[in-house]
Design a protein around this ligand. Sequence first.
Ligand code: PEP
Ligand code: MG
Length: 583
Amino acid sequence: MSLMFTGIGVSRGIAIGEAYLLRRNQIDVTSRALTKKAVPAEIRRLKRALKSARNQLLTTRDNIPKDAAADVSAFIETHILMLDDAMLAQRPIEIIKAELINAEAAMQQQREELGRVFGSMEDTYLATRIDDVNHVIDSVLRALDDGIDDVVGSENWKGQIIVADDLTPADTVAMQHHGVVGFITETGGQLSHTAILARSLGIPAIVGVPDIRRYVKAGETLTLDGAGGLIMAEPTDDMLVDYKRQQKEYRLKQKGLSKLIDADAITLDGVALKLSANIEMEEDFKALKRVNADGVGLYRTEFLYMNSDTVPTEQEHFKVYTKVLRALKGSTLTIRTVDLGADKQMRPGVAPGNRPLSHNPALGLRGIRLCLSDTPLFVPQLRAILRASAKGPIRMLIPMLTNINEVDQCLKLVEQVKLKLAEENIDFDNDMPIGAMIEVPAAAVSARLFAERLDFLSIGTNDLIQYTLAIDRVDDQVNYLYDPLNPAVLQLIKMTIDAGLKANIPVAMCGEMAGDVRYVRILLGLGLTDFSMPPNLLLETKKCLTSARRSSIKKHVNLLLTSSHNPQERHRLLDKINSTNDN
Ligand code: PEP
Ligand code: MG
């Protein structure tokens, strides 16, 4: 009998394969008392296990395909660093010595201690880090239990769909290497490891399907629709034929997109578009070149801070920016000043530490607020951006602005930095454009004032939606309320675009909405022409926009904005907008 399951579709594509039920061997964490004499041997056993877990991760890292996105290896690097950290490499040894217990019990005790520490931080980013800690501790426990591999066996994975409670980054990478065609996990959300990695690796995936392993049998045929979040177990012959057709169509579509690489980005009624890329790591520029993006619309510089044990120096910033500039060969690089805080934190203990943790990090000292309150942190980045502006076209983008006072403070600080550089005879581009992220409702409402003072605006819908609708963007429990089509959100976007038009300055969008084919035509209808998105979404977005006629979309978009708060009516209008194919 066929069974249907639904979950959160986190990576698109259709997979058809046999179910591989992943049930890891139970890890034994029974506590045993040791004699004092047995302690050195137990410590050696733990050290061997740490080494073996480390070697396993190094092998996984070496097996990552060269063209995989940078965040794939970043996850593995984080786990290697955690294994080397005193919290796992030293503290359990101290526990063995002090409490005369076996290595497994000491690791377990340390897991509980870290769980308490991380749990009390009330911070979403650190909350996800505890998942990493747990994965790493499990790998050591498996290595202690000789014979249980950490990365689960790889014998029969070709053509299989893995069904698991959760997957570690190491599992996900290893499985891709062995021909797995899809992932299903019982836990997780849009921002879980499995989701992020599956998207980077291009493997269809669905997460958040509780208890699916109780109903699906090993070896059963499964179909997985990663866009719709739909799974069929033991589909009928007719269903199978239909899924195979959908799979073929999807693959053909992906192939066909490559024809668009060199096509002009222009709508059917002649509206010229700018399609640029969002990058997070310097290595991401390779992906951007593959799709021929119009430069970088958002370079998130937080990762320079988050992936380091020290605050980056001016020279380190400068080196990275000039490297990316060289790779861009003359196209524009939009560098966003650091947007730390909320879901983007530096490692514990790295400055700016010792600040009281906010109960509401998303509403706390983040982005430009942090930078203006800590100029020794901010100025080296400003200097580096200005110095790099002498080497190629750079725009500077400021995140999380909420009022004009902050804009004025930033502009004043930039002027001071320029004066200092001039005194030191250091080159910079005096006309380097400076722009604001519009990602807080207050900024959207005041966009006219922002536009009068700045050279460009860029709409950050990820935060704009979060703050407008009062929903934490990384909280799976309220994800269902995250609605880019909410009329209040659309009105704020429109106000921002209109403010830019009136002041005759460019307005871009760099939030996820700008690369989501369900919404980009609406944005076009609202007057947006400058879209910045993850590079792997660029060609699909290009196809969707270049096959549209802005003049035919506008009337539906106006209705969406003004007349209808009824969700069904809004979705009907959306279908109309997206089915208008003037090809
Ligand atoms: C946004 O908020 O839309 C945005 C692009 O910034 P980030 O996702 O880095 O907060
Ligand atoms: Mg943001």
